[in-house]
Design a protein around this ligand. Sequence first.
Ligand code: F6P
Length: 345
Amino acid sequence: MKVGILTGGGDCPGLNPAIRGAVMRLLDFGDEVIGFTRGWKGLVEGTTIPLTLDVVEPIISEGGTILHSSRTNPFKPGNEAQLEAVLANLKKFNIDALIAIGGDDTLGVASKLYHLHGINAIGVPKTMDNDLSLTDYTFGFDSAANVALHAIDGLRDTAKSHERVIVVEVMGRHAGWVALYSAIASGADWVFIPEVEADLDAASAHLIKNKERGKDWGLVIVSEGVELPGDDTGDAEVDAFGHKFLKDLAIGPTVAKEIQKRTGFEVRDVVLGHIVRGGHPTLFDRILGTRVGIEAAERVHRGEFGKMVALQGNEVLGVPIADAVGKQKVVSDELYKSFLTTFNK
Ligand code: F6P
C-alpha cells in the first residue's frame, strides 16, 4: 500500500514517536510511506517527504514534529478550492490510506474526508491540552504538564525568597488539565481552570488566610482559557477553526493584578506559553505515541477506516472518529472537587 501521514494543529512532544511507530509497522507490511508536510496544507499544496527507516529511526526523543504543522482547514467555508486540491492530491500521490495525527480540528477534517468523500482515513489523537473525547490521555499532555511542573517548582523558590505570590499562566484552551495537574503536583495555593467559574475573591481570601498563619508566599496557576466574570472576549481574533487567539488576552497578568489589589501581596506573573509544548517527550508520551502509531498502521491493514485509535484504560482501541470530535473532554466537577482538600485549607 501507499500510506500518507500528516500532523496538524499545535505541535506537542510525542508526535515524532507516533510517526515513527506508524512507519515502523507499515514497513513490516512492505508499504511505501510518505509524509505530507504542514498538516492539511501539505495535502493542499502537494508537499511531501519520504518516510523511510533512516528518516524515522532516530526521532523517538525529539519534540515537535518532523512533518511540521499548520492550522489549515480545507472545510472552512470559502476554502472549497483547498478541499478540491486535497482530494486531487490524494489521487495524484496514489494514497491508499491516510493517517492523520492531530487534535479535535485535524481529526474533524479526517472524519469529514472519510464520511463525505470516502477517503480511507484513520485518526491518531494528540494534544497537550488532553481534551480529546473517548481517549483517556493524549500524548503531549504528560510532557507539557511536566514542563509546567518543573517551571512551577523553580518559581516556588523565588516566590518564597521574596515573600511574593507568583501567578503562572499555562496553555490549555478549553480544558484545564495542564493547569490542574501541574497545580496539584506542585502544591500550588489556587488553580483557575475554564471549567470552574473564576472566583478572585475566594482565591484572595485563601492567600490572606495563608499569610495570617505565617505563609507569606504563594503560587497561583491559571489556565489560559479562563475568563473572568464580566469579561467580553467576543471580538477576539480567531484562527481557521474559529478558536480565539488567547495569547492576546493575557489572563495570567490580569489575575496577578487583581490578586495584588485584593491581598496586598507583591505579585508577579509568568506566562509559560509555548515553553510547555517544547522539549523531549516523556517516557509516557514516547510509549503512548509509539503504541497509537503502531495501532493506526495495524488498522490500515485491517481496513478499519473512519476510526480514531484511543487509549482506554490500558488498551488501545478503535473508536469512530466522528464520535470523538466536536466535544471536548473537560475536567469534571467531581475530579476538581476531589482535589480541593489538598490546596484549599
Ligand atoms: O494545541 C493546543 C494549544 O497548545 C492551546 O493550548 C493553545 O491555546 C494553542 O495551541 C496555541 O496555538 P498556537 O501555537 O497556534 O499559538
